[in-house]
Design a binder for this molecule. Structure first.
Ligand code: MN3
Length: 255
């Protein structure tokens, strides 16, 4: 079964004036759509067609000659994630447990914001700025081109797309202005907080074990064995979501 372009979680003009309907029309309707189309073309009739998206990313990252597949799969993941990081009337400081952890791990929200802005503006050329959980600690990082934090063993909580197509229509060459607006008006902290609550250190380790089990299953085609291993690898809030992904993968062609 082919991957589908997800709908935006808001109306195309909902983020104006901070992110225009024009920008979203191209970014979602053309750029993201094109990654999905190329990904589907690349996996058609191959063993990748039976894998979940994150498995494809891990597998393609480990294999030589699969750069295009990696790029398109990762960009589909990155953009699907990015849309969820945005909301009308967003931005500002996070509260709750995530807010407290940002205080503790960065020494205050302002220090976090400044590190995030540095990562976003300091990324030479195309890429992404992220807030991640790395080894149980919050961290700001940047990745080039299509690279998602999951291939570095990090769990993404939040991202800002700093490819020029993300801001050029609205901000031209002023990437720093775009990042300020992202932090001040667009960030959906409730999404990041949900990710944080569901994917602490335990979740990260479980997710990694799950991915390994799934990968083995995808290679062997033994759905029952793979499913059992995957179920054993996970517990907690993530379990249901991962189990759904497993069933979908199995339905796609597992025996
Ligand atoms: Mn983009």
């Amino acid at each position: 079964m082919a991957f589908k372009l997800p709908d935006l979680p808001f109306a195309q003009d909902a983020l104006e004036p901070h992110m225009s309907a024009d920008t979203l029309g191209f970014h979602h309707g053309k750029h993201h759509a094109s990654y999905v189309k190329k990904l589907n073309k690349a996996i058609e009739g191959t063993r990748y067609a039976q894998m979940a998206l994150e498995e494809i990313i891990h597998a393609a990252a480990d294999e030589s000659g699969k750069q295009d597949l990696f790029n398109n799969a990762a960009q589909h993941w990155n953009h699907s994630f990015f849309w969820n990081c945005l909301t009308a009337k967003g931005g500002g400081r996070p509260d709750g447990e995530l807010g407290r952890r940002i205080e503790a791990d960065f020494g205050g929200y302002d220090k976090f914001a400044s590190a995030f802005k540095d990562a976003a503006t300091g990324q030479f050329g195309s890429g992404w700025a992220w807030l991640v959980v790395d080894g149980g600690k919050l961290k700001v990082t940047a990745t080039p081109n299509a690279v998602p934090p999951l291939v570095r063993g990090q769990e993404a909580l939040l991202t800002c797309d700093v490819w020029e197509h993300a801001y050029y229509l609205d901000y031209q060459n002023r990437r720093a202005d775009f990042v300020d607006v992202y932090l001040g008006h667009l960030v959906d902290w409730s999404f990041a907080a949900k990710r944080f609550a569901n994917q602490g250190e335990g979740g990260r380790v479980a997710a990694h074990r799950y991915q390994k089990a799934q990968h083995k299953f995808a290679q062997s085609g033994k759905a029952e064995e793979g499913g059992r291993a995957a179920r054993q690898a996970i517990e907690g809030d993530e379990a249901e979501e991962l189990e759904r992904a497993r069933r979908k993968t199995a339905a796609r062609g597992g025996k």
